[in-house]
Design a protein around this ligand. Structure first.
Ligand code: PBG
Ligand code: ZN
Length: 325
């Protein structure tokens, strides 16, 4: 079909036609809201680089989660900011740790809200790495036990799903075993399978106080130049028992989302990370872009690439936008 017989503009001439031929949709069902929880009461510390986001004490966390739930957002992802950090990340798997307490409060007040927990050690170690450090080396196998213990403590506290973000080899299998052996064979694992070593995490590390004190995360997070390696990471995590596969960040890695979507049949999640959020918010503040429109375009592009769900700091704003149309 060639012009003038075929005219693509015919089906763009009104909104009804455009709706009828729209290939991708965004729904509140697709959104997961990441939240930061800290000790204390009545705390709502603004995160400077992430406009509209806060370090929340449990009382305020529950309020924000309720708002999200009422808007139809099915799930939140919890990140804890503990009081104490030490070499063994003790607060990560403490029975009454900040995340463990937050899960209890959320499940009590909003039982139908899905509570996903980020499983990692970096907020809890004094050196800020995602695993156990020996000298300058991150010891993979020594970290597995602690990661599995952390995931199990979240499940015991009532978490609906656990999401390991550490990028240690073999952690999905270790977590699956620990959950299964302790009566949590129904707790799914959302694996940060293709997690890149990205500078887009900057604002998050301020928010979660989790910057590494020495070196960087290049020995465990993926090289941004690689895509075949992402497929290997994904196959490993599937074999080890992952239920949902995540790609992170989202926008600079839409090709990876697309590729993984076409190669696997498990649900695919994309993490629209803090730096992606901060850039849009900053440009909006400068008056350089229409923030709401750019937000919606960004989220639909992640869906179009093949993601089934999106972790995004825009979740509440996007849900409001979706409801108003
Ligand atoms: C660490 C972790 C990171 C994020 C979530 N968990 C990145 C990192 O510090 O390496 C990033 C999330 C974001 O930027 O929004 N396990
Ligand atoms: Zn980490």
């Amino acid at each position: 079909m060639l012009f003038p017989e075929y005219r693509p503009r015919r089906l763009r001439q009104n909104e009804a036609f455009r709706r009828m031929i729209r290939e991708t949709t965004l729904s509140v069902d697709d959104l997961i809201l990441p939240l930061f929880v800290i000790g204390g009461k009545g705390v709502k510390n603004p995160i400077e680089s992430m406009t509209g986001h806060y370090q929340l004490s449990i009382d305020n966390l529950v309020k924000t989660a309720e708002q999200a739930f009422k808007l139809g957002i099915p799930a939140v992802m919890l990140f804890g900011i503990p009081e104490n950090k030490d070499p063994l990340a003790t607060s990560a798997y403490a029975k009454h740790g900040i995340v463990q307490k937050a899960i209890g409060a959320l499940k009590k007040k909003i039982p139908d809200l899905v509570v996903i927990t980020d499983v990692c050690l970096c907020q809890y170690t004094n050196h800020g790495h995602c695993g156990i450090v020996e000298g300058q080396i991150i010891n993979n196998d020594a970290s597995l036990d602690l990661l599995a213990g952390t995931a199990l403590s979240h499940a015991k506290a009532g978490a609906d799903m656990v999401a390991p973000s550490d990028m240690m080899d073999g952690r999905v299998a270790e977590i699956r075993n620990a959950l299964d052996e302790n009566g949590f064979s129904n707790t799914p694992i959302m694996s940060y399978a293709a997690k890149y070593c990205s500078s887009y995490y900057g604002p998050f590390r301020n928010a979660a106080q989790s910057s590494p004190k020495f070196g960087d995360r290049r020995t465990y997070q993926m090289d941004p130049a690689n895509s075949l390696e992402a497929l290997r990471e994904v196959s490993l995590d599937i074999e080890e028992g992952a239920d949902i596969i995540m790609v992170k960040p989202a926008l600079p890695y839409l090709d990876i989302i697309y590729r993984i979507r076409s190669e696997i049949t498990l649900p695919v999640a994309a993490y629209n990370v803090s730096g992606e959020y901060a850039m849009i918010k900053a440009a909006e503040k400068m008056g350089w872009i229409d923030g709401k429109k750019v937000m919606m375009e960004t989220l639909i592009s992640i869906k179009r690439a093949g993601a089934d769900m999106i972790l995004t700091y825009f979740a509440i704003d996007a849900a409001k936008e979706l409801i108003s149309v």
